[in-house]
Design a protein around this ligand. Structure first.
Ligand SMILES: C[S@@+](CC[C@H](N)C(=O)[O-])C[C@H]1O[C@@H](n2cnc3c(N)ncnc32)[C@H](O)[C@@H]1O
Length: 290
């Protein structure tokens, strides 16, 4: 698939990416017994943007704020848990789609230098992030490369291949917090490309179902986040019920889809806590296996 559109790169760096990085840091530093610790990514956020995130978060109830923060942590915890078994079976390519301020590639386990890490993001956000990395004086690890790609207008595998991705080798792929911003056509095209990756590959993704008001805390997050993302030009457009996502993944060509139900994740990662921290179904998680 070759796509070419007029507005490639024509937008601001992603505010929601900064919001996610702030949330991961807050989980790691404010919540007791964090399930995932990332205090690195937040260092890339400029002071003014940090103030804006804090302002937005001040509008949420404590429960909604905690639920939003936790959704950014669980994505990464699942990926962190899937990395060692992937390494065991010989996977050595990690592809981070819609990376935002994800700094996984800067902090892999000690065997991580055997991996090739590909950060893929919209050119506007990626260019900005690279400048921020320079501004704060970090060195990019030699096994990390950047592959700019606008998923609405450009071909993912072409962008990856240009960055050195080896299509005949398997990859571990993350697609966190991105599908909600993509048109149905772009999501379908991307999943079709990903389903054609080498056997042994897998894609862990998040997606949102249409809000139905069943959980008032979840509804609050939608009601309060939506106007903010609309104002930043990152509107929510791609909602899928669980059955629709399952059908989409299968139609794309993935033979297997592993759902990660929120109840199961709560039982695995949040059982027995006295602080009542727990995940809510703001977004859903799924691993599609090639
Ligand atoms: C909510 S942020 C999530 C960032 C990161 N995955 C995380 O979990 O921290 C959404 C990301 O999707 C990226 N994104 C949204 N639309 C995109 C598009 N059309 N092409 C490429 N990336 C896109 C944004 O640039 C941003 O980095």
């Amino acid at each position: 698939m070759e796509k070419n559109g007029p507005d490639v790169g024509a937008r601001e760096p992603s505010f929601t990416a900064m919001w996610c990085a702030w949330a991961r840091n807050t989980h790691a530093t404010v919540h007791p017994s964090p399930i995932f610790s990332d205090t690195r990514s937040v260092q890339l956020i400029p002071e003014q943007a940090l103030e804006r995130v804090a302002l937005e978060m001040g509008r949420f109830s404590q429960e909604a704020s905690d639920a939003l923060i936790l959704l950014t942590a669980i994505r990464h915890r699942i990926l962190a848990d899937r990395l060692p078994p992937a390494h065991e079976r010989g996977v050595r390519q990690l592809v981070i789609l819609g990376a935002g301020l994800d700094t996984t590639g800067f902090g892999l386990p000690e065997w991580g230098d055997m991996w090739h890490v590909f950060e893929v993001d919209h050119p506007a956000t990626q260019e900005w992030k690279r400048q921020r990395i320079t501004d704060v004086g970090w060195e990019v690890p030699p096994n990390l490369v950047f592959a700019p790609c606008d998923f609405e207008h450009q071909d993912l595998l072409s962008a990856l291949t240009a960055a050195g991705f080896e299509r005949q080798l398997p990859a571990l792929v993350s697609l966190f917090g991105v599908i909600i911003y993509l048109t149905a056509d772009a999501t379908k095209a991307m999943l079709t490309e990903l389903a054609a990756l080498a056997p042994g590959s897998e894609v862990t993704l998040t997606y949102e179902s249409p809000p139905d008001g069943a959980d008032p805390v979840v509804q609050e997050t939608y009601d309060k986040v939506s106007p903010v993302v609309d104002a930043t030009g990152e509107s929510f457009v791609g909602y899928y019920h669980e059955s629709e996502m399952e059908a989409l993944v299968r139609a794309a060509g993935f033979p297997n889809a592993i759902h990660h139900p929120i109840d199961e994740l709560n039982a695995r990662y949040f059982a027995g806590r006295s602080d009542r921290l727990r995940l809510r179904t703001i977004e859903r998680l799924l691993t599609a296996v090639c």
